[in-house]
Write a protein that binds this ligand. Structure first.
Ligand code: NDP
Ligand code: MG
Length: 381
């Protein structure tokens, strides 16, 4: 039995992962689960999967979770996440929380030398250099869950990274690809939350609407595959059938395809280097009929360019860009700012920051807090 820890089990990725345990993941068991505030869902999961541990954000809700399963040990807060991320008996730790908060359990899992199935892109964006240095030191392995990075990882099997000419990361274009630039200021959270091809958590769906998600993914790819930014391209592919491609030095291009369903990349990360029985609808190419490719519109979606520039600057800048974006997206979801202001606050926080090279973890965390404070200050001005 392989024992799996799911950090963020009540979210979109966490729930998709648990569905695999109901169907195709024989030989795997759920060792630990976690949520922030959704104690009812966590209790229902504890009742069904009987994990040894469950972690909830605050102590007040621990009783609700405990009702799910008397045998489950209920822990709370960041200490609880650190504990389950580094359990001796864990074979795989799936990090599926959203936002910078993922950095704490990720580092704990890395320092415990775990195999990590990595969905939480924000922590790689913030501190990729530190994470991969630590992973090497402690013998941890980080496997991508994000569909584009899973696609690249699958295309790279049996290949040498030195033979890669470039990565071609695909993007659906998000829910606003056909909206005119002048209409962007009138986009409501409800409109931006309607993604055409993927059903995901709120934060990543807004990031898909601004194309910030694609910018974060370029930085994520840079760290995961150790390639310079010049070798990472992005193309809009509205059908989301090709999840990404790798072009090699001889001109050959490999693409990984399937219907868009996160259960496939999650399954691949959990079963790697084997493959599990597919959970995805089989492909009928006559039904798909065509695959389109378009250029990214940098002017309409400034977040994409802001993320690329932060990635290329490096040091503390990616953490500032990421934190400013999280703060701006939260304010947009709370209807305190309009959609078109998200990139302006990200740009404002980046402009007011003097980046530092080779920052330690403390400096990165401080840069994150400063950027969030800067966005609140600009909004309240
Ligand atoms: P969701 O918002 O659906 O779920 C987030 C999970 O994290 C929930 O379990 C939530 O608990 C928990 N959580 C949120 N805040 C905290 C906190 N402060 N402390 C502890 N736990 C917390 O997100 P998604 O599943 O959509 O995304 C998760 C990650 O995976 C993101 O980084 C995203 O970019 C990445 N990803 C997601 C994809 C998708 O298809 N959804 C695709 C590719 C990558 P609670 O329910 O209690 O709030
Ligand atoms: Mg993705």
């Amino acid at each position: 039995m392989k024992k799996v820890v799911i950090i963020g089990s009540t979210g979109s990725i966490g729930i998709s992962a648990l569905k695999l345990f109901d169907t195709v993941l024989g030989g795997y068991s759920v060792l630990a689960i976690s949520a922030n505030s959704n104690a009812d869902e966590l209790a229902a999961q504890a009742k069904k999967y009987r994990p040894k541990y469950a972690v909830i954000g605050t102590a007040e809700k621990a009783g609700v979770v405990q009702k799910g399963c008397a045998k489950t040990r209920v822990l709370t807060g960041a200490d609880g996440l650190i504990k389950i991320a580094s359990l001796k008996e864990a074979d795989i730790v799936l990090i599926a929380v959203v936002g910078a908060i993922g950095l704490v359990p990720l580092l704990a899992a890395v320092r415990a030398g775990k195999t990590i199935a990595m969905a939480n892109k924000e922590s790689l964006v913030m501190a990729g250099d530190i994470i991969f240095k630590e992973a090497e030191k402690y013998g941890a392995r980080i496997l991508p869950v994000d569909s584009e990075h899973s696609a690249v990882f699958q295309c790279l099997q049996g290949e040498s990274i030195s033979c890669v000419k470039r990565l071609i990361i695909t993007a659906s274009g998000g829910p606003l690809k056909n909206v005119g630039p002048k209409q962007l200021k009138n986009i409501t959270p409800e409109m931006a939350l309607k993604h055409p091809t993927w059903k995901m958590g709120k934060k990543i769906t807004i990031d898909s609407a601004t194309l910030m998600n694609k910018g974060l993914e370029v930085i994520e790819a840079h760290h995961l595959f150790g390639l310079p930014y010049e070798k990472i391209d992005v193309v809009i592919h509205p059908q989301s059938i090709i999840h990404s491609m790798v072009e090699f030095i001889d001109g050959s291009i490999k693409a990984q395809m399937s219907h868009p369903d996160m259960r496939l990349p999650i399954l691949y990360a959990l079963t790697y280097p084997e493959r599990g029985q597919g959970a995805v609808k089989p492909m009928d190419f006559m039904e798909v009929s065509r695959l389109d490719f378009l250029k990214v519109d940098f002017r309409k979606f400034p977040c994409f360019g802001l993320a690329l520039s932060a990635g290329k600057t490096g040091g503390t800048m990616p953490a500032v860009m990421n934190a400013a974006n999280e703060a701006a997206v939260n304010n947009f979801l709370d209807k305190k700012i309009s959609f078109d202001m998200i990139p302006r606050y990200v740009a404002g926080a980046m402009a007011s920051h003097v980046p530092e090279k080779n920052p330690g973890l403390d400096r990165i965390l401080r840069a994150d807090l400063e950027a969030r404070a800067k966005v609140e200050e600009m909004i309240n001005d």
